[in-house]
Design a protein around this ligand. Structure first.
Ligand SMILES: NC(=O)c1ccc[n+]([C@@H]2O[C@H](COP(=O)([O-])OP(=O)(O)OC[C@H]3O[C@@H](n4cnc5c(N)ncnc54)[C@H](O)[C@@H]3O)[C@@H](O)[C@H]2O)c1
Length: 268
């Protein structure tokens, strides 16, 4: 759609992604896989980018079995050369890159006064530095095309401080992703790239299950649910509509925004 022209295209058609090419980092499982599936169902070709070879191939086969055109790119997104290769492999295969979903991330809980500096750096490297590297490599292709949609995974932890667990590195990186998103949005808006983020609340994935699978963890889960106005934890499927919206022309007047999807947790 050109600027300043009212579209008459029906609203659900504006959510379609036919002919678009997407990549999703951390796409082998959890939220990333949910994003890849949603983008594929909306019509995009999807590259699953992940460090986990076995899960990446399984995810790709699942998408292909559902009729989605998909490929695997094995990459550690904390490594600049691997990030450049990630984008190149997608462009070599499909000739373009329209949608970059920068989602791979880790959580780490530890009291700050004794947090090992190596652990701090590990979290910052994946949750923030790698998001920048991916945005940069994706933009180098998108700026030439004059079009692109970048969607970063932040977290409600970029807005609030979770309790009772101590996770300063995680919270700081997610706040960083939200402001990085705004900064890149402002920088690239006039050249056709929209940059937005999604901030999930507690969502049932392996990342969270590692903390709540013990008896103490189950008590924590009850506490989190009691602090969530909608009274449950999020599911990956709760996030799928948002990624399709941000990837599609339905959101063309939106950039630098963060969509919080947390069952209302941040409301109080
Ligand atoms: N689950 C939640 O409650 C929740 C809440 C808010 C935000 N998030 C964010 O959502 C994102 C995805 O979380 P999830 O719960 O699906 O996690 P997950 O652990 O289930 O999946 C993460 C994926 O990232 C991949 N990965 C890890 N390191 C990588 C690297 N260096 N290079 C490439 N891939 C790598 C893993 O192999 C895995 O497939 C993260 O950024 C996380 O911080 C999660």
């Amino acid at each position: 759609m050109s600027d300043n022209v009212q579209t008459s295209k029906p609203i659900l058609e504006r959510f379609r992604l036919d002919g678009r090419v997407a990549l999703v980092t951390g796409g082998a499982m959890g939220i990333g896989f949910g994003y890849a599936e949603a983008l594929g169902q909306a019509g995009a070709k999807v590259a699953i980018v992940d460090i986990n070879k076995e899960f990446a191939h399984k995810a790709c086969e699942t998408l292909q079995a559902a009729g989605i055109e998909a490929m695997v790119v094995l990459a550690d997104v904390t490594q600049p050369d691997q990030v450049k290769r990630m984008v190149q492999e997608v462009v070599d295969r499909w000739g373009r890159l329209d949608i970059g979903v920068n989602n791979a991330g880790i959580a780490h809980w530890h009291d700050s006064e004794t947090l090992d500096y190596a652990d701090w750096k590990r979290v910052v490297d994946l949750n923030l530095n790698a998001v920048f590297l991916c945005c940069q490599a994706e933009a180098q292709v998108m700026l030439k095309a004059g079009y692109g949609k970048i969607i970063n995974t932040a977290s409600m932890s970029g807005h609030i401080v979770n309790r009772p667990q101590n996770q300063a590195a995680y919270n700081a990186t997610k706040a960083g992703v939200i402001h990085l998103t705004r900064s890149l949005a402002a920088e690239w808006a006039s050249r056709g790239i929209r940059v937005n983020s999604i901030s999930p609340g507690y969502t049932r994935t392996a990342l969270v299950e590692q903390f709540i699978s013990t008896p103490e963890g189950r008590e924590l889960e009850k506490l989190w649910i009691s602090l969530t106005p909608l009274g449950r934890m999020g599911l990956v499927s709760d996030l799928q509509g948002a990624v399709v919206y941000l990837a599609s022309e339905a959101s063309d007047f939106m950039t630098g925004s963060d969509l919080i999807i947390d069952g209302g947790y941040c409301c109080w």
